[in-house]
Design a protein around this ligand. Structure first.
Ligand code: WTA
Length: 638
């Protein structure tokens, strides 16, 4: 495709063009794709109403751009290379031809189960190629997939199924993750006791463990696949029809269903993939994310396949069977591009350089980072040790809501700076504002990160609740999309993301709302009230610290804490388990009843000097703070 930038001056030129004439700029890129019908208008928008339309009037099917188009030029090129959890099991290769026919056969099977354009299908799968096949098969039919990360609990799953009224669930018997086997189907069974809309469950066999198959509802994957159909015509949809819903945590309430649509997301995910990674045809690209997150959607499945790339899909974890696994996989598949999260980098760095020594990693050309701020130490280890100082790092900032990468170096083109996401990609018009929404112009400023002009891959709504979309993203600062992140622009105009400024935590690169964890903790019958904050954690970036008021009359503190962890695990999943729980006599509240998290955050960070906590005079009962601090000391001693 003709839209890859190949020099720094080229970047500035394209950036300029994208700001002066956004419609012309994106139309030029969109021309490279296959559409059934051309658009009437490139962009139409009103941020005050969270109204955004790209390529309106156009018709397409994204899967033709991911599969059919490549069959002419390189049908036998590997599209997905799957590396299993256990290194002794064979890996699998699906060429573009094979992937195309697998998608068509499964799509035909889904259609026979009644799936039609616009229907929602929930996918709850391990990292096997069938997860991607299921996603793309939905898109083939114009149906909407909603992938739920396999580490979420049955309750999280049922909440998501119910929110989008899905009638089909695609899952597997179980999942292998490191040395563990996870009973996904059992969790689906539990979830479905609360999901009246679900009619059929398709079960892929992965672990081959015994599972309960409910007659009339549950079907094996192999029985659904319609192998007589290897070329199913793609359903033509509007550019603004929904492609997928992906649930993500916010600062309030339950996770929201972020909605992405077909045309804009296609153009944006492919454009950013090819430019950020400087993708060339012989590259072997590996993103270690799970398809349950946006990174897996945009940079394992959509971006790479739209670009005709070879995308590695890894089922396992970085430390199984040992902490050299990532690097073993890099050597085994001659990976050129490696994209992971700072958490994984820090976790592996903690094992030292020995696990690196058994591998050469000489095929690597580009390293990527995503999901959370990367600290300088981890950046240097990644750059110097993993990449032997040869590979540029692309620190890519973006969000579930942005759909695709927004701020990032172009690999090998943009000069990098440790811990900086550097510069906005073409089409991305950033604005830094202060607390009052006043723009902070020029360099060397720090404030809240907003975006002032729409981009093709942005969210269109939050499923079933458009007002929530307006409230969450477009009402903090009038006329702007607010990211929820703090940012610094340095003396060179480079951007450094400082982390969330709202009540969203970032645990191992995964977003988690404080309110969500509090609600889960409060489900324990002995808990009266709780307040949760993030605190700096050497590996996870942030850990979860829970301050809990509880009735301890009939249990020990240790038992209660164990039960609380168990409760959170059941309600949300292991990623939301508190790292620290402190039982407290009260919470620092203002006279109007609002919890002052600022104080709790400082205490969680390790501050135990009362005078360093800031103004506590507005508290209803300032002695609560002293009691909490005394408790911290006791907790440590205990
Ligand atoms: C954070 C993940 C610093 C940020 C793609 C954002 C980052 C949230 C970076 C979105 C980065 C993501 N540097 N922080 N390179 N990338 N973040 O929706 O706080 O899971 O708002 O999307 O992760 O998380 P999400």
């Amino acid at each position: 495709m003709a839209f890859t930038i190949n020099s720094l001056s080229g970047y500035f030129h394209e950036y300029q063009k994208s700001v002066l004439d956004p419609a012309g700029f994106w139309a030029g890129i969109a021309e490279s794709f296959h559409w059934h019908q051309h658009w009437d208008r490139v962009v139409d928008w009103d941020f005050n109403k969270a109204y955004v339309r790209w390529f309106e009037g156009a018709k397409l099917n994204i899967t033709e751009n991911m599969l059919d188009r490549h069959l002419f030029a390189h049908a036998d090129k590997p599209a997905i290379v799957w590396e299993p959890n256990d290194p002794n099991e064979d890996h699998r290769v699906l060429t573009y031809r094979q992937l195309h026919s697998a998608v068509c056969s499964f799509a035909s099977g889904l259609r026979k189960l009644g799936v039609q354009k616009g229907d929602r299908v929930v996918i709850y799968m391990p990292m096997v190629p069938e997860a991607a096949i299921a996603m793309v098969a939905c898109a083939r039919l114009g149906a909407v997939h909603s992938v739920v990360f396999g580490g979420f609990s049955s309750q999280s799953l049922s909440d998501r199924i119910n929110d989008c009224s899905a009638r089909w669930v695609v899952t597997s018997d179980g999942a292998f993750r490191g040395s563990k086997t996870i009973p996904l189907k059992d969790w689906v069974d539990q979830a479905l006791t609360h999901c009246p809309t679900v009619e059929k469950v398709v079960v892929f066999q992965r672990t081959k463990e015994n599972v309960n198959m409910q007659e009339g509802r549950d079907l094996w994957w192999d029985a659904v696949v319609d192998s007589s159909v290897t070329d199913l015509p793609a359903v033509s949809v509007d550019a603004e029809d929904m492609l997928f819903i992906l649930y993500t945590s916010g600062s309030t309430g339950k996770p929201k269903g972020v909605v992405h649509t077909c045309g804009g997301y296609m153009v944006h995910s492919a454009y950013t993939f090819q430019n950020v990674f400087q993708y060339k045809r012989d590259h072997i690209y590996w993103c270690t994310a799970d398809v349950g997150w946006i990174t897996g959607h945009s940079y394992i499945v959509y971006g790479p396949l739209l670009s005709g790339a070879t995308s590695i899909m890894f089922e396992g974890v970085p430390t199984f069977p040992d902490p050299s696994r990532f690097w073993q996989v890099v050597d085994k598949h001659a990976v050129t591009h490696f994209y992971t999260a700072p958490t994984a980098i820090r976790a592996l760095e903690a094992f030292g350089n020995e696990p690196l020594a058994s591998t050469h990693r000489s095929t690597l050309k580009v390293l990527g980072s995503v999901g959370e701020p990367i600290n300088e130490e981890a950046w240097h280890w990644y750059h110097d040790q993993v990449g032997c100082g040869r590979c540029p790092i692309v620190d890519t900032w973006w969000q579930t809501e942005t759909g695709a990468i927004m701020i990032s170096p172009l690999a090998g083109i943009t000069p990098t700076k440790p811990a900086y996401a550097t510069l906005p990609l073409p089409g991305v018009q950033l604005m830094i504002v202060d607390e009052n929404g006043k723009e902070l112009q020029g360099n060397s400023v720090q404030g809240n990160l907003c975006i002032k002009f729409p981009w093709p891959g942005m969210l269109r709504t939050t499923y079933g609740d458009h007002d929530r979309c307006i409230q969450t993203y477009f009402s903090t600062y009038k006329g702007l999309y607010f990211t929820g992140d703090g940012v610094k622009r340095d003396e060179d105009g480079y951007y450094r993301i400082l982390g969330r400024v709202d009540d969203v935590m970032n645990i191992s690169g995964h977003r988690m709302g404080t309110a969500e964890v509090e609600n889960a903790i409060n489900e324990h019958p002995k808990v009266v009230e709780s307040a949760v904050v993030g605190f700096p954690h050497p590996i996870k970036g942030q850990g979860i610290y829970a301050f809990v008021i509880a009735d301890l009359t009939d249990r020990t503190e240790a038992n209660l804490k164990r039960e609380i962890v168990h409760t959170v695990n059941n309600i949300i999943g292991p990623i939301a388990k508190p790292d620290k729980i402190q039982i407290v006599p009260g919470l620092p509240k203002t006279r109007s009843g609002k919890i002052m998290r600022r104080i709790l955050r400082k205490i969680a960070e390790g501050e135990t000097r009362l005078d360093a906590l800031g103004d506590v005079t507005t508290l209803l009962d300032p002695t609560v703070v002293e009691a909490i601090i005394a408790g911290v000391e006791q907790n440590k001693a205990g």
